[in-house]
Design a protein around this ligand. Structure first.
Ligand SMILES: [Fe+2]
Ligand SMILES: [Fe+2]
Length: 133
């Protein structure tokens, strides 16, 4: 069983972005599997790093699309992204220092954040970029 599963409700109608969101789901599921499989710290730590890098990559891609098509709420959207980057950076640091572990609460938080961000925040730029990309 996966923690989060993709369905068409998550589609923003832009193939490149949908693929990136699917990749997010798969990294989150991989983190879930590593936790359940009681993988050692290094394995879990490397999945966390992958998530951290992908977050930055995806947010940059989305922000450049929004900029290109003059999306009017770009600043508020970017603030949401920056907040998430901050949380993930802290998570990686805390994990490396042994202050935090990867547990089900954390995974629930991550999967809820990703899902609600796509459904409530990302979807709002659809009318501004769809059909133009
Ligand atoms: Fe976004
Ligand atoms: Fe997104």
């Amino acid at each position: 069983m996966s923690l989060i599963e993709w369905n068409d409700a998550f589609s923003v109608g832009i193939q490149k972005i949908d693929e990136q969101h699917k990749k997010f789901f798969s990294i989150t599921n991989l983190l879930f599997d590593s936790m359940r499989g009681a993988q050692d710290r290094e394995v879990i730590g490397s999945v966390l790093k992958e998530l951290q890098q992908y977050v930055v990559y995806h947010f940059k891609a989305e922000e450049s699309l929004m900029k290109m098509y003059n999306y009017p709420n770009m600043n508020a959207h970017k603030q949401e992204h920056d907040g998430a980057i901050h949380i993930v950076n802290k998570l990686v640091l805390d994990y490396e220092r042994g202050i935090h572990t990867v547990d089900i609460e954390l995974l629930k938080f991550l999967s809820d954040w990703i899902q609600s961000h796509i459904l409530q925040v990302d979807r709002k730029y659809i009318p501004y970029v769809r059909g133009k990309v």
